[in-house]
Design a protein around this ligand. Structure first.
Ligand code: SAM
Length: 209
């Protein structure tokens, strides 16, 4: 990752509040509350409604920002690891606590002694403009999913690549599938966020081998 990108995220996390910095900088506080609530509502059914204190789901939130989703999943009884490349974001998440184990790392760096039931990556991959960085991050996330576990990531599903502004490149599902299928992850679902005109949604990939 370039130093400029790192500075971009640290600055965004320093300047904006806990929701706008990882949510939508163009929305006011109330809009971001709804944006997060709608997405959490769409996400929970993808993870399932089982919560067993004796055998929690192991969940990884990759690119967790200030930790909104990670904390919510910890409250749902899951055992959550969460990391982000922005030290600023992780310092904020750590100060707030809430259950997850927090760390600073990039998508291609995170290592774990255990595989996860669910690897979650919300609104991060379409910010990776560099294809090699995108592929290395995605490959690493795939390697962290246990057999029958799920990789849940977000992007639009455009017919062709769709750049938006300076910091976004939406890639078609075929690009994700092309990389993940040979690694044993099958594309099982796409659920749009269903938030206003936003065309991003959750892609679910399930490890079948
Ligand atoms: C739009 S925010 C989303 C944050 C969080 N997932 C959420 O939904 O609240 C994108 C996040 O990705 C992080 N990020 C960007 N590139 C990354 C990388 N290569 N590895 C890890 N995190 C990255 C940024 O620091 C930022 O916190």
């Amino acid at each position: 990752m370039s130093e400029a990108t790192r500075v971009h995220w640290d600055t965004r996390h320093r300047v904006h509040d806990d929701l706008a910095s990882g949510g939508h900088t163009g929305l006011d506080r109330a809009g971001n509350e709804i944006f997060y609530a709608v997405r959490l509502g769409a996400l929970l059914p993808l993870i399932g409604d089982v919560s067993d204190g004796a055998a929690p789901l192991f969940v990884l939130d990759a690119g967790c920002g200030k930790g909104h989703f990670a904390r919510a999943l910890a409250r749902c009884g899951h055992r959550v690891d969460a990391f982000d490349v922005s030290e600023e974001a992780v310092a904020h998440a750590r100060a707030r606590g809430g259950g997850p184990r927090w760390a600073v790392a990039s998508l291609d760096e995170w290592r774990s002694p255990w595989p996860y039931d669910v690897v979650l990556c919300v609104d991060v991959l379409f910010h990776l403009l560099d294809d090699a960085e995108w592929a290395a991050g995605l490959r690493n996330l795939a390697s962290l999913v246990r057999l029958t576990g799920r990789l849940i990531l977000t992007d639009e599903d455009p017919g062709t690549r769709r750049p938006r502004g300076e910091h976004i490149l939406h890639r078609p599902a075929a690009e994700y599938t092309g990389l993940l299928a040979p690694l044993g992850l099958r594309h099982t679902l796409f659920t749009p966020y269903g938030f206003r005109e936003n065309e991003v949604g959750f892609h679910v990939f399930t490890r079948t081998r």
